[in-house]
Design a protein around this ligand. Structure first.
Ligand SMILES: [Zn+2]
Length: 133
């Protein structure tokens, strides 16, 4: 599965869309800093991503327009930036928390994609290191 990386490493390689937001969630929800080598690049199963992140507000016009544009990009086979996930214990919400990439996730879901390119944190699971904060 390749080596463990830090969020900082990954962001140098291919810039995260909202690094500050992803780091904020990593620190406050997963108790890890951007120096914890708990990350791998993976193809994550779309159906297992936090179902609370599915956009279901019919009045979110701006959100739907973004998702629609991303759906078109997927149909053109454009490569979108990876979304940012954290592997969690499986619950009714799914097995992956979403740190960045809500619109890309929703576009992949609506396009019926099985997998999405992602950075996935394994904090204390799957052989990943324990939280460091
Ligand atoms: Zn894991």
């Amino acid at each position: 599965m390749g080596e463990w990386r830090t969020l900082r490493d990954l962001n140098v390689e291919e810039q995260c869309k909202d690094y500050g937001q992803a780091l904020n969630v990593l620190e406050n929800v997963y108790n890890a800093t951007d120096e914890l080598a708990c990350w791998r690049t993976e193809l994550a199963p779309v159906a297992a991503i936090d179902s609370y992140q599915i956009i279901d507000d019919p009045d979110d016009g701006a959100g739907w327009r973004k998702v629609g544009a991303l759906q078109e990009a997927l149909r053109r086979n454009s490569v979108l930036p990876p979304i940012v996930l954290a592997h969690t214990a499986t619950s009714a919400r799914g097995g992956y928390g979403l740190l960045d990439g809500r619109h890309r996730f929703n576009a992949a879901l609506l396009e019926g994609r099985s997998f999405i390119r992602a950075w996935v944190a394994h904090v204390g699971c799957c052989g990943g290191p324990a939280s460091n904060r």
